[in-house]
Write a protein that binds this ligand. Structure first.
Ligand SMILES: Nc1nc2c(ncn2[C@@H]2O[C@H](COP(=O)(O)OP(=O)(O)O)[C@@H](O)[C@H]2O)c(=O)[nH]1
Ligand SMILES: [Mg+2]
Length: 198
């Protein structure tokens, strides 16, 4: 399950991860759970076609949780390896985003015990300390298991990484280094620490 505020790079990062798993020979299904913005589903569709993985999409304004549930069930039934759920970063309704994310998480667990196995929060490295309040907010609501720190190509040092590690004990797992599917890597603390001082 991938969460984060709009514009941080959720959809792009999902395309990167989907391609990464596919390149490892895994069968990947992406669930478009941002059902509030039509453009969000379309953008995800373009990406999934480009990297060559399957996607499940809903009708506009369908309950996002039901998309996540269907995708997880379908993946189990068909023996797929990885389901990645793209979620909304802001809602254009009175529904509370955090309540919606909690529900998505809950129903994935109903479809498959233990799911979602990862709640990945996407943080834009260029937003600086505001990212910390995003970590707090999402972590309180859905329990973040890892961070995907995007746009590290656009900022000198990504110093927010230190604050995240210090305050939340949530590991930064991946870093985004550009807009193309291969522009990312696993976060390497040693590599990062060295870059801070050079
Ligand atoms: N330079 C750079 N741009 C990125 C990276 N990740 C995402 N983007 C860009 O950030 C913008 C928002 O990304 P998008 O995936 O639509 O964000 P979402 O609203 O969270 O789904 C797009 O223009 C992406 O190309 C990254 O690692 N580096
Ligand atoms: Mg998106």
């Amino acid at each position: 399950m991938v969460v984060g505020v709009n514009g941080t790079g959720k959809t792009t990062s999902i395309a990167k991860l989907a391609k990464h798993y596919k390149d490892q020979g895994k069968k990947v299904l992406v669930a478009a759970c941002d059902t509030f913005r039509a453009a969000a589903g379309e953008q995800l569709e373009i990406w999934t076609e480009r990297v060559g993985v399957e996607m499940i999409r809903s009708q506009p304004h369908q309950d996002p949780a039901s998309v996540a549930f269907d995708a997880t069930k379908a993946a189990c039934a068909r023996g797929l390896d990885v389901v990645i759920a793209d979620t909304a970063g802001r809602l254009h309704t009175k529904i509370n985003l955090m309540e919606e994310l909690k529900k998505i998480k809950r129903v994935m667990g109903k479809a498959l015990s233990g799911a979602p196995h990862e709640v990945l929060l996407v943080i834009d490295a260029t937003t600086g300390q505001n990212g910390l309040s995003q970590v707090r907010m999402f972590n309180d609501a859905v329990g973040v298991t890892g961070i995907f720190l995007t746009k590290l190509d656009g900022t000198a040092k990504g110093g927010i990484t230190i604050g995240i590690a210090d305050q939340f004990k949530v590991p930064v797992k991946y870093v985004g280094l550009g807009e193309k599917p291969d522009d990312f890597q696993r976060f390497e603390p040693a590599w990062f620490a060295e870059a801070l001082f050079t």
